[in-house]
Ligand binder design. Structure first.
Ligand code: ADP
Ligand code: G3P
Length: 494
């Protein structure tokens, strides 16, 4: 009899529940967007209750969209926006402050001050694989404890719990029974030693975070507790958890050292599998836990770009040049070739490999015959050029990806994927199933449930839908990339 797995994908702008059959077929999807809140310049928050209710709604709705009932679900997997930070009261379950989202820059000044000490920068890098940046959870936890009245004392008294979104959801899904996370999410907090796989006492002291607030860290395929029966009428086990970018790597079955995936959603996150050892980057990339199974860690080298699909959203909502994201493909096809227009989308600074929070965006190279098509094309190309920046940084770290598998909303745009192959000078592979994030969570749950027996079995399921092959000459590629670098240099803050 066919078995089914339910994957919960809690993303930055929406929550989704997807039911997969054990063969990987999507049976039903329910999605719910929720509000983004920008209370001050550079601040981004989500209501904890909005996150929870959006997940709950999709959990119920997904069963209305297919003939299955909760009784037919063998296991649940969870994947989530990473780094986003929640602190809640252990007794009441109430969050003491909204979730501070990964994009939030409120602790930029604190990070600048912390980064002034090279020894500290080195310690953080060697221990956590990360750079000192507001992106990660540590300074967000510190900010909440310092800014919510009574929080510090309550935390010290053991009344408060910290968690990333996976952890908060598991707490609520299990009726407050489990305070647990997985190693991939832990590796994004800047509090976790990625070598020893323990919370790091020195970093907890640095950020004044009591250890009693922290969740237990489990493998990605493990027993994370059972669904509270009040929710769906059945105690279904939660057995797979990974941060969304790592889950995409798993869904893309990049299990061999040298394999890489790039996910083009709101931002773009490229992860290269580096095998049993973390590669501590000399080029401002991140060493991170790709997955941990049966206690064995596989590491990844990650480049994080903050603006990918978000640039398309800006073309739509900010400039009102387009009505929807899909239109960009036809418009870009109409753009004059080599028109010299570059859009650098540093709306909130630049992520990897620049890490320049004070850089700001620009459109360069405008002439009287520049039209909407050229600007739209430049917006799309900026995502590809930034991926090239990551590829270059990875190469300088001695780690060239052997293949690039792509997914996320923007990967559906053939023009973008064609240009990506051109500018990378490498093949770009798009799989049949592009819901790779949820699929990765389902695979993890399925491994723990015994539905799947090995990574090799999962790798055998991956199927390419289309391969994009470079057509640009080396000279054209070099010239275009040089012009991009020149455009970036014009907007850097230092
Ligand atoms: N055909 C397309 N061309 C360009 N961008 C697209 C296309 N389809 C979707 N997008 C962009 O991709 C993003 C949505 O992708 P998705 O993977 O759902 O993102 P997320 O999970 O981050 O919300 C949006 O920012 C949208 O602008
Ligand atoms: O929710 P997404 O898909 O934009 O992903 C967010 C990342 O996990 C942030 O690190």
């Amino acid at each position: 009899m066919m078995r089914y797995i339910l994957a919960i994908d809690q993303g930055t702008t929406s929550s989704r529940s997807i039911i997969f059959s054990e063969s990987g077929e999507i049976m039903a999807i329910a999605q719910k967007e929720f509000a983004q809140s920008y209370p001050q310049d550079g601040w981004v928050e989500h209501s904890a209750d909005d996150i929870w209710h959006s997940v709950l709604e999709t959990l119920q709705k997904v069963f209305e969209k297919c003939a299955l009932t909760p009784a037919g679900i063998t296991s649940i997997g969870i994947t989530n926006q990473r780094e986003t930070t929640l602190i809640w009261n252990k007794s009441t379950g109430k969050a003491i402050y909204p979730a501070i989202v990964w994009q939030d820059r409120r602790t930029a000044e604190q990070c600048r001050q912390l980064s002034a000490d090279p020894e500290r920068v080195d310690y953080v890098k060697k221990t956590t694989g990360l750079l000192i940046d507001p992106y990660f959870s540590a300074t967000k936890v510190n900010w909440i404890l310092n800014n919510v009245e009574g929080a510090k004392a309550a935390a010290e008294n053991g009344e408060l719990l910290f968690g990333t979104v996976d952890c908060y959801l598991i707490w609520r899904l299990t009726g407050g029974q489990q305070h647990v996370t997985d190693a991939t999410n832990a590796s994004r907090t800047m509090l976790f030693n990625i070598h020893s796989q323990q919370w790091d006492k020195k970093l907890l002291d640095l950020f004044a975070i009591p250890e009693c607030m922290l969740p237990e860290v489990k493998d990605c395929a493990a027993d994370f507790g059972q669904l509270d029966t009040a929710l769906l009428g059945r105690a279904i086990p939660i057995q797979g958890v990974a941060g969304d970018q790592q889950a995409a790597l798993i869904g893309q079955t990049c299990f061999e050292k040298g394999m890489a995936k790039s996910t083009y959603g709101t931002g773009c996150f490229m992860i290269l599998n580096t095998g049993d050892e973390p590669l501590v980057s000399e080029n401002r990339l991140l060493a991170t836990v790709a997955y941990r199974l049966n206690g064995k860690v596989t590491y990844g080298l990650e480049g994080s770009i903050f603006m990918a699909g978000a640039t398309v959203q800006w073309l739509r909502d900010g400039l009102k040049l387009i009505d929807n994201a899909e239109e960009t493909e036809a418009l870009a096809q109409r753009a004059r070739r080599n028109n010299g227009v570059f859009l650098v989308p540093a709306f909130t600074g630049l992520g990897a490999p620049y890490w320049d929070p004070d850089a700001r965006g620009a459109i360069l190279g405008l002439t009287r015959d520049t039209g909407i098509s050229e600007i739209v094309a430049a917006g799309l190309q900026s995502v590809c050029y930034q991926t090239k920046d990551l590829q270059k940084a990875m190469e300088s770290d001695g780690a060239r990806p052997c293949t690039l598998r792509v997914d996320g909303g923007m990967a559906n745009n053939d023009w973008v994927m064609g240009f990506l192959a051109d500018i990378l000078g490498a093949q770009v592979q798009r799989p049949v199933i592009t819901e790779t994030t949820a699929l990765g969570a389902a695979y993890l749950a399925g491994l723990q449930a015994g539905i799947y027996t090995s990574l090799a079995e999962l790798a055998g399921k991956w199927q390419v839908e289309r391969t994009f092959t470079p057509r640009m000459t080396k000279a054209q590629r070099n010239e275009a990339y040089c012009n991009w670098k020149e455009a970036v240099s014009r907007i850097r803050s230092h």
